[in-house]
Design a protein around this ligand. Structure first.
Ligand SMILES: Cc1cc2nc3c(=O)[nH]c(=O)nc-3n(C[C@H](O)[C@H](O)[C@H](O)COP(=O)(O)OP(=O)(O)OC[C@H]3O[C@@H](n4cnc5c(N)ncnc54)[C@H](O)[C@@H]3O)c2cc1C
Length: 376
């Protein structure tokens, strides 16, 4: 039986960033991922936006980790040559009412420690984004975009170079706390030739994304239920991608379900339009009952009148691990990051929805502190 100081469940951006942070300090760090490669779930099915932290409630984990993660992300990408662009974004008000809300958004961002926020008028919008319609906007210069897949792979590679063991096709099927350790049962390999193995870990980190409620339940903690909230994208490829230069967002939904369908000029020169927000049954349900292209057109035209249905192609989709059930009037919620009250050698990371990609390096530092309490 292998012995581990730390075993991380889940090779998304959070698990891989955590493996990277922990491997700088501890030996025998294991990361287990059920898929054939790291980063195949939510971490590669998002907008790839390095968020600034303007939206989140003051002092929430989302606000703190997003603002810190934003700075750490740019430094990391620069140092390790992960493709990114520090392009800034505009949050656009469509009318006078939304213009009033922009000022409140600016104040919230400033309270969270976001630098450089400015209210700009229609003339400046047109200078930066000539095809966008809006009466005013919030300029958010610290926002950018990153290649999420490269980011996850880079974290995993650097962790491995520091001695961490990244094991793919390894699904955690049982967890048994045993005094000073937690016994982790794994099913390794593909269905036909899968083998069961056991690792005894001094500390276990639940970074299982959409399945983090189920991993917590394996530890006897039934506090959480994840409701998958699907976000679907359309894409503008080819010459008409000139319609957008950087990042353009509408005002966020008041109910907190999502930041609204926005335009993202990708690192590859295409434009993403999305994500939508619709609760679905099933944690692998990326395609069943998807919207059609026509469903995107009206919303897109409200901000970008020049866009035509023929410019759009259906893109990918992703599933947000929401802790708030369908129908709730306030769907904002916060990340859960804590040592389990009943199993103190387990660290629970639950509900790591947006801005989880941006926050990953700061979440990893937070987990590093918690692991220190357990191992030192
Ligand atoms: C549509 C959409 C748009 C988004 N846009 C942004 C954005 O622009 N900016 C931003 O900051 N954030 C964004 N996010 C949020 C961000 O993508 C997530 O917060 C982040 O990717 C979560 O990473 P994770 O590592 O926690 O989860 P995941 O990437 O889901 O990783 C969890 C991993 O655990 C593995 N796993 C699960 N169960 C087991 C098991 N039993 N055994 C072994 N492995 C297991 C899974 O296979 C998976 O690979 C967006 C999310 C969505 C859905």
């Amino acid at each position: 039986m292998d012995q581990a100081n730390v075993l991380i469940i889940g090779g998304g951006v959070v698990g891989c960033a955590t493996a990277y942070a922990l491997s700088q300090h501890w030996q025998d760090v294991f990361l287990v991922e059920q898929n054939p490669r790291v980063g195949m779930a939510t971490s590669s099915r998002n907008s790839g936006v390095i968020h600034s932290g303007i939206y989140y409630q003051k002092d929430s984990l989302k606000a703190r980790h997003c603002v810190a993660g934003n700075r750490m992300m740019y430094e990391f990408c620069e140092k390790h040559k992960v493709p990114y662009r520090h392009c800034g974004k505009l949050v656009v008000a469509a009318n006078a009412q939304e213009e009033e809300d922009l000022a409140a958004l600016k104040t919230r961002g400033e309270d969270n420690g976001v630098d450089g926020l400015r209210l700009v008028d229609g003339t400046e919008i047109r200078a930066r984004e000539p095809y966008i319609r809006g009466v005013a906007a919030l300029d958010v210069p610290s926002t950018g975009i990153v290649s999420a897949e490269d980011l996850v792979r880079t974290y995993a590679r650097l962790a491995t170079e520091k001695g961490a063991h990244v094991v793919t096709r390894a699904k955690v099927v049982a967890l048994e706390p045993k005094g000073e350790t937690i016994r982790v049962r794994l099913r390794i390999g593909d269905k036909e030739d899968a083998q069961d193995e056991t690792i005894e870990a001094r500390c276990v980190i639940n970074a299982a994304g959409l399945y983090s409620d189920e991993i917590a339940a394996l530890l006897g903690n039934h506090s959480w239920k994840i409701y998958p909230l699907r976000g679907e994208y359309c894409e503008i490829r080819g010459p008409r991608a000139y319609l957008i230069n950087a990042l353009v967002y509408p005002m966020p939904h008041h109910h907190g379900l999502s930041l609204g369908v926005h335009f993202t000029k990708t690192l590859w020169g295409t434009v993403l339009l999305g994500p939508t927000a619709i609760y679905v049954e099933g944690k692998e349900n990326y395609e069943r009952g998807r919207l059609g292209i026509a469903d995107f057109v009206k919303g897109a035209k409200a901000m970008l009148p020049e866009v035509e249905e023929s410019d759009l192609q259906l893109g990918y989709s992703g599933l947000r691990p929401k802790l708030v059930p369908p129908g709730a009037t306030d769907a904002h919620g916060d990340f859960v990051i804590m040592r389990d009250p009943k199993v103190p050698r387990a660290i629970q990371l639950v509900g790591i929805e947006s801005p989880g990609l941006t926050s990953a390096p700061a979440i990893a530092e937070h987990v590093f502190q918690l692991v220190g309490e357990i191992l030192n």
